[in-house]
Write a protein that binds this ligand. Structure first.
Ligand code: G1P
Length: 293
C-alpha cells in the first residue's frame, strides 16, 4: 500500500527563538519569505503525501490561518492587480493535499505528540516530518520521498540519518549501525536519544524524517518516559527494532537544522542564494562582506 499520510509535530514552545516566538509559532518563522512549515508541507506534497496531520498546541493558530484562505487580502491583491502575489497566496490554500490539525494539550515529548495521530494513521505506514529539519530540496528527490522509495522495496520502517560533527551528537537521536543492505541503507543495532558525546555509538544522527509502520503505536501506548522525563520517539523505535526491522537511510544531501539560531541563519542565506528575487544582490553583498571580515 502506498505511503500517503504524514504527521508534522508542531507543538513545541520554541524557547530557543525567544523573544521572536513569544506570540509567533516557531514554525511560522520565515526563511526569506516563506514560513518553515510551508517548506515541510511542500516537501510532503512533492513526496506524494495526500493527508497531513499537524500536531499543534496553544499559540499555534497562525499555522492554521496560513493554510486557510484570506479573502480580504485576496480581494485587495486582485483589485490592485498584483496577480503574482495573488497566485502565490492562493496556492498555499490550494496545495492539493488535505491538512488536518489536532492539539497536544501538554508538552510531553515527541512520542506523545506522535501518539495523538493514532486514529488519523488508522493502521497505515506513514511518515513523520519534523519542522526543525529542513531539506531545501536542491536534491531532486526530497528526503521524505527517498524514505518512501526505500519502503516500496523493503516494506520496513526507515529512519533518515546524517553524519554530523562528533561534538554535536548529543543534540540528536543517534544510531549504532550494523552493516548495510544497500549503499545508503543500514541495519541498526540500537537507537539512542541524545547520548553523551563520549557514549555515542556513531556520528549518524536522526534528522527528523521517519517512515514507520503502524505497530509503533502499540509500542508508544505502553512507552515509559525517557530522557528529560518525556516520551521519546527514539525509545519506541528502538523497542520496535527488536521485533521488526527498522532501517536507517543515510542522507547524503544537504539538510539544515533550523531549530537553532546558527542553522536558521545558514538556511536563510542558502535559500536567499537560490531565491530569484534575492540571489544576485545577496551574492554581491556576501562577497563584499567577506572582504571586510
Ligand atoms: C528530536 C528527536 C531526535 C532527533 C531530532 C532531529 O529532538 O528526539 O532524536 O535527532 O529531533 O532534529 P529535538 O530536536 O526535538 O530535541
Amino acid at each position: 500500500m502506498k505511503v500517503r499520510k504524514a504527521i508534522i509535530p508542531a507543538a513545541g514552545l520554541g524557547t530557543r527563538f525567544l523573544p521572536a516566538t513569544k506570540a509567533l509559532p516557531k514554525e511560522m518563522l520565515p526563511i526569506v519569505d516563506k514560513p518553515v512549515i510551508q517548506f515541510i508541507v511542500e516537501e510532503a506534497k512533492a513526496s506524494g503525501i495526500e493527508d497531513i496531520l499537524i500536531v499543534t498546541g496553544k499559540n499555534k493558530r497562525a499555522i492554521e490561518n496560513h493554510f486557510d484562505s484570506n479573502p480580504e487580502l485576496e480581494q485587495d491583491l486582485e483589485k490592485t492587480g498584483k496577480s503574482g502575489l495573488l497566485k502565490l497566496t492562493q496556492e498555499i490554500t490550494d496545495l492539493g493535499v488535505n491538512v488536518y490539525y489536532t492539539r497536544q494539550p501538554y508538552p510531553a515529548g515527541l512520542g506523545d505528540a506522535v501518539y495523538r495521530a493514532r486514529s488519523f494513521v488508522a493502521g497505515e505506514s506513514f511518515v513523520i516530518m519534523l519542522g526543525d529539519d529542513f531539506d531545501l530540496m536542491k536534491d531532486k528527490v526530497p528526503l521524505t520521498k527517498q524514505l518512501i522509495n526505500d519502503y516500496d522495496k523493503t516494506h520496513a520502517s526507515t529512519i533518515a540519518v546524517m553524519k554530523v560533527p562528533h561534538k554535536e551528537v548529543s543534540k540528536y537521536g543517534v544510531i549504532a549501525p550494523d552493516g548495510n543492505i544497500a549503499p545508503d541503507l543500514y541495519n541498526v543495532k540500537k537507537f539512542v536519544e541524545k547520548p553523551a558525546v563520549d557514549k555515542a555509538p556513531s556520528d549518524l544522527a536522526i534528522i527528523g524524517r521517519y517512515l514507520l509502520t503502524p505497530e509503533i503505536f502499540d509500542i508508544l501506548e505502553h512507552q515509559k518516559p525517557g530522557r528529560g522525563g518525556e516520551f521519546q520517539l527514539t525509545d519506541a523505535i528502538d523497542t520496535m527494532n527488536k521485533t521488526q526491522r527498522v532501517f536507517a537511510h543515510v542522507f547524503k544531501g544537504e539538510c539544515f537544522d533550523v531549530g537553532n539560531k546558527e542553522g536558521y541563519l545558514e538556511t536563510s542565506i542558502q535559500y536567499g542564494l537560490i531565491h530569484p528575487e534575492t540571489r544576485d544582490a545577496l551574492r554581491k553583498y556576501i562577497k563584499e562582506l567577506g572582504k571586510k571580515l
